[in-house]
Design a protein around this ligand. Structure first.
Ligand SMILES: [Zn+2]
Length: 424
């Protein structure tokens, strides 16, 4: 159904990063026109006067099944948090539970302007794929595998990693993931990457999240994590390395040469006190495609990409003692263009011919005056500003109401699941 968005302030994110006062025509799943006074007759007309139209945000690192663990296991360092709280409760989670948790996540994502995501789930993803399709979200979902160094389990794990191929549907695509170099044998790392290459799928892995991990890998392999992963064939433009909090200059250079995708998750890193931060400024300058993720709700505790953008910029400024260390336009690029490129979505900008993943933001009191739309988006906006969301040419949020999901029913279901899983 064609959609006409009238009278918007469009933050296009096109090559010239133009901001236009114009209308947008959406036909099928694409943007077919951007101009003043489009007269086309359409069934749906959205009057966007007083609103910003911008490309939807892309969250390049999530663990949606963990959304049901929001507020569970707080104030612990990463390794204790994983070993004492998260891994024991995750072991009790079923694929169906993951689907329910994902539904809650999609409600939050849609209402906060996220239109696409890259997910690593450590249990079967069938119900998650179904939930994403129902929500109308554009996604890239992997079942992340780990063998804790015991490669005798690898055949079964590879089957798990490949199961996503049977589930992918429409705009929800499959991906392959291994959890991390410190939780996987070298055999598993190599075989999962081979599987991804063979099937033409994006590959995801956590790497260089904590200093402990860096020294463990260095002790085991004689190499820093990025150098190690490169030496076994994992580093290329088909891989997303998540975190990258503790990188040497040599690793940054190497990642740039290999055109690697790095997903930075600043909020999660700060909350789990990983100490290091993704050196996004240097990675970007080296030629790495840097994007932003929230990581799981258990370590964030939200899926708010506005907060992630702001913190990402502030951390670089703080780290380098330099107010222009990471300019706001760059951060917006990370969350839109670079995120879409990372996940392989032909989106991330409002241009003719692009997929129609568009959000509308109300220029409320927190976004006035309108000196600078980009500054208002990166430093002042929040989920409360998101009024309408279009994904793949379909309207999925209208006047802050989700059209594809029953938000209240989902909240009730997740409350019941959260209670049940802690006593299971
Ligand atoms: Zn993660």
């Amino acid at each position: 159904m064609p959609i006409l968005i009238k009278n918007a302030t469009i933050v296009t994110q096109n090559a010239a990063r133009e901001i236009k006062e114009a209308d947008i025509l959406v036909e099928d799943n694409k943007i077919s026109g951007i101009a003043e006074g489009i007269k086309e007759k359409t069934d749906v007309v959205l009057d966007a006067a007083g609103r910003i139209a911008m490309p939807g945000l892309v969250n390049t690192h999530t663990h949606l099944a963990m959304t049901v663990f929001r507020g569970y296991g707080e104030d612990l360092p990463l390794h204790r948090w994983l070993e004492e709280k998260i891994w024991p409760i995750e072991a009790k989670q079923t694929a169906e539970d993951a689907g329910i948790a994902a539904q809650l996540a999609f409600c939050e994502m849609l209402k906060s302007g996220t239109t696409g995501f890259a997910e690593m789930c450590i249990i079967d993803t069938m119900h998650m794929f179904e939930a994403a399709a129902k929500a109308g979200m554009r996604g890239l979902i992997a079942q992340g595998v780990l063998d804790l160094g015991d490669s005798s389990k690898d055949e079964a794990l590879l089957k798990d990693a490949g199961s996503v191929l049977d589930y992918q549907t429409g705009i929800v695509k499959a991906s392959v993931a291994a959890h991390a170099p410190y939780t996987c044998s070298e055999e598993l790392l190599v075989k999962t990457k081979e599987l991804a290459k063979q099937k033409g799928l994006m590959y995801q892995i956590h790497a260089s999240e904590t200093r402990k991990e860096v020294f463990d890998i260095l002790k085991r392999t004689g190499k820093y994590p990025y150098e190690y992963l490169d030496s076994i064939g994992l580093m290329d433009d088909g891989s997303i390395f998540i975190h990258g909090n503790w990188l040497t200059k040599r690793e940054i250079e190497l990642a740039g040469k290999k055109k690697l995708n790095v997903s930075s998750c600043p909020v999660s890193g700060l909350k789990l006190a990983t100490g290091g931060i993704t050196q996004s400024k240097e990675l970007d300058a080296a030629g790495v495609n840097v994007s932003l993720g929230t990581d799981s709700v258990a370590s964030n505790n939200s899926l708010d990409m506005f907060e992630t953008m702001k913190l990402s910029a502030l951390l670089q400024k703080h780290h380098y003692w330099k107010a222009d260390a990471l300019p706001m336009q760059k951060v917006l690029d990370f969350a839109t263009l670079n995120g879409a490129k990372t996940a392989g979505f032909d989106a991330g900008s409002i241009e003719e011919g692009r997929l129609a993943d568009i959000i509308l933001l109300e220029k409320g009191p927190n976004m006035r005056p309108g000196h600078d739309a980009v500054a208002n988006i990166v430093y002042a906006a929040g989920p409360q500003n998101v009024t309408d969301v279009i994904i793949d040419g379909k309207q999925v949020v209208q006047d802050r109401k989700i059209l594809t999901l029953d938000e209240h029913e989902i909240m009730e279901k997740t409350e019941a699941l959260a209670k049940d899983i802690t006593v299971r």
